[in-house]
Design a binder for this molecule. Structure first.
Ligand code: AOS
Ligand code: ZN
Ligand code: ZN
Ligand code: ZN
Length: 425
């Protein structure tokens, strides 16, 4: 299935009048506050969020997986699904691949499929948290951190291979998430594991093309439950600093212990120019990978508030914007549309924060006023602004409604069958 401009027009038609009324009302109010609506729209349009290939199929828990049907079972089908999302929201112009789940067979065909739907390739992810079918040595006790040199070598070679695959597709970053850790005190030496990891990453880093970045994820626990080698932003930051200018920290919103102040981490990393990218998702308890903005939308706004000031006041390079969500109840494509919308809304809200007054409130120790300013932005319903930005980009006023009206899932089930399953998780 391919979404055409006719599809977009016909599904926008019934929404046009009420959308215009809501947008005009909002635009007038924003202009009254001294905001330039045209400039806001351009910024919102420019924010493009990469879709992870592994989120296109129904995820599972260790207890079960319930396929919704019509899932992409080949890389080309995954690219086509991202094409559908992008045609609807004009906000997801790239896909992030996970190797070996997505090893391209025919590069020309893959590149052509991507070009057809105006999609490029974002960061490529390596995988040393699973043993592959034909693998001679096991990652059971770690990969880049392993005490066994030959296992480390296998994991290093895999990462180098991922870089080579990404190069052929035009990717510009390698994301490393390391599961390595321990489940019991005494299982391994913290210092040796960290040193091994650093040395392994250095070998991979030396293989990075000059215009590439290495994005280093951190995570406090899972799959191991006593320690993780790269457990927090500090450890990731330390490694990125030691490795060099092309290495950065990647913040996955679900990779923190409860109540961690993620917006402060973002601010600190930006101050040091080391914020490399995001894996957006939401969570209540742990690495839940729920839809972005579904649990803590205020936190998401506060993160974007730091990002927007960081863009103005630091020289941190533009981070890679990626989603890392997956679950087993909703249609994964609808879920991704919701996630992208939540990200754009939080960004838009951060853009309308009255920065001058906020700074004045901070300088004047006016605590109450600081809160008023942030919450005024957060509580402004900017959905019509985000919708208008998408409409002006040629997308759907309501991507989810169009997705449903156009019967995308039903068509995919007809095309691919009820039992098609995405490879990967
Ligand atoms: C795992 O918890 C991390 O979030 C990684 O980014 C991982 O590669 C991804 O979630 C796919 O499993
Ligand atoms: Zn992640
Ligand atoms: Zn995760
Ligand atoms: Zn996660």
């Amino acid at each position: 299935m391919k979404i055409t401009t006719d599809h977009i027009h016909s599904s926008n038609k019934p929404l046009e009048i009420s959308h215009a009324r809501e947008f005009n009302f909002l635009a007038e109010n924003l202009e009254k506050k001294g905001l330039n609506v045209e400039a806001l729209i351009q910024k919102i349009q420019a924010l493009q969020i990469a879709i992870p290939s592994w989120a296109l199929g129904t995820g599972g828990t260790r207890f079960g997986r319930f396929s919704g049907g019509g899932e992409p079972s080949t890389l080309i089908q995954k690219i086509q699904d991202v094409g559908i999302l992008h045609a609807l929201n004009r906000s997801s112009d790239s896909i992030s691949l996970h190797i070996p789940w997505d090893i391209p067979q025919d590069y020309d065909a893959i590149l052509q499929a991507a070009a057809e739907v105006e999609i490029s390739f974002d960061a490529v992810n390596s995988n040393t948290f699973q043993d592959q079918a034909d693998q001679s040595l096991s990652y059971k006790f770690g990969s880049l951190a392993n005490n066994d040199k030959s296992i480390r070598k296998l994991a290093i070679e895999h990462n180098k291979e991922v870089i080579r695959i990404g190069e052929k597709l035009g990717s510009k970053a390698l994301t490393v998430w390391l599961a390595d850790g321990s489940s019991f005190p005494g299982q391994h030496s913290f210092r040796k594991a960290l040193q091994n990891t650093y040395e392994s990453l250095l070998e991979i880093y030396q293989e990075l093309p000059s215009d590439w970045k290495m994005l280093i994820e951190y995570k406090p626990y899972e799959p191991y439950f006593y320690s993780t080698v790269i457990s927090d932003w500090g450890t990731s930051f330390l490694l990125a600093n030691k490795l060099g200018d092309k290495a950065f920290t990647l913040v996955d919103l679900g990779h923190h212990l409860p109540n961690t102040n993620i917006e402060q981490i973002v601010a600190t990393l930006m101050t040091e120019g080391k914020l490399g990218g995001f894996h957006f998702n939401d969570s209540k308890y742990g690495d839940d990978d729920l839809t972005v903005g579904s649990i803590k939308p205020y936190q998401l706004f506060l993160i974007f508030n730091e990002l927007v000031t960081g863009f103005e006041e630091t020289s941190n390079p533009t981070p890679a914007w990626m989603i890392d969500a997956s679950h087993n109840l909703k249609d994964p494509m609808e879920d991704l549309l919701q996630s992208v919308e939540a990200i754009k809304l939080a960004y838009a809200q951060a853009l309308i924060v009255d920065r001058k007054s906020l700074e004045a409130a901070q300088d004047g120790q006016d605590v109450g006023q600081g809160q008023e300013i942030l919450q005024d932005a957060f509580r402004t319903d900017l959905r019509p602004l985000v919708r208008e930005s998408i409409r002006q980009s040629g997308g759907a006023i309501s991507p989810i409604q169009s997705y449903r009206d156009l019967k995308v899932r039903e068509t995919l089930i007809k095309e691919r069958g009820k039992d098609s399953k995405a490879s990967g998780l």
